[in-house]
Ligand binder design. Structure first.
Ligand code: HEC
Length: 214
């Protein structure tokens, strides 16, 4: 994933925070961040990328969904959420052959790799899903992030239900098709993961033999 890029953006925002804090107050109450004008943050971040290669500059340009979520600080109204989810749902490409589950062993690799899109990655790096950074998956694994809910026993707890496998595919393909301003990346829509990689990750969550369900 783009951990390094995210860290850099985070560090930039922090280092500019004192200057930004003087920007006009945003409507949301009770946080330091609420006093920072999102348009000004965007301007500063874009400025720091001004001499970066075009591919990097494209990464800091907000699309309509990101703009709405940023401006609302993720607190979108019902109609705004509906509009975002409909727009993001339209990006979802279901597997052409109707097969949702790949190989759970390869899925383990995808779920536990945070490579791809980092400064230090060779050009031929295959990007990973970095799922472990936010989710527990294999209950025996000691190291995992907790930003997202635990996915331990995910398939078993859902009785390996095909309809729920399809829903999980959509969630992983484009998280914001399900939760309007989700923190989870839109793996398929951004082409960060291929359909085959998503199928492998799904197998890691839903295959009866996967350690996730043991
Ligand atoms: C940056 C953090 C982050 C990463 C990385 C991430 N997720 Fe998530 N994920 C979340 C959050 C937060 C939620 C719950 C809120 C939401 O639905 O957006 C979630 C929800 C989910 C759900 C729905 C859980 C439920 O309640 O049924 C699934 C399935 C899921 N993630 C799978 C994955 C997989 C597979 C990957 C890797 C390919 C992944 N996530 C990567 C943050 C993340």
């Amino acid at each position: 994933m783009k951990r390094l890029a995210i860290t850099i953006i985070g560090a930039l925002v922090l280092s500019f925070a004192p200057a930004l804090a003087q920007a006009p107050a945003a409507p949301t109450p009770n946080s330091t961040a609420a006093r920072v004008d999102p348009a000004r943050i965007n301007q500063v971040i874009r400025g720091t990328f001004a001499r970066a290669p075009a591919e990097w500059q494209a990464r800091v340009a907000l699309d309509d969904t990101q703009r709405t979520c940023t401006e609302r600080r993720n607190h979108v109204s019902g109609p705004e959420a509906d509009a975002i989810q409909a727009r993001e749902r339209a990006t979802v490409v279901l597997p052409p052959d109707g097969r949702f589950l790949g190989d759970w062993r390869r899925g383990f690799e995808v779920a536990n790799s945070g490579r791809g899109g980092q400064f230090s990655d060779p050009a031929n790096t295959v990007g990973g899903g970095n799922c472990y950074a936010c989710h527990q998956m294999d209950p025996k694994e000691l190291s995992f992030g907790t930003l997202g809910p635990s996915l331990a026993a995910y398939g078993r707890e859902r009785n390996f239900d095909p309809e729920l496998i399809r829903e999980a595919y959509i969630k992983i393909y484009n998280s914001q098709a399900v939760v309007a301003c989700s923190n989870m990346p839109r793996f398929g829509a951004t082409k960060f993961l291929s359909v085959d990689q998503i199928r492998d990750v799904l197998a890691y969550l839903f295959d009866r033999e996967s350690p996730v369900n043991k």
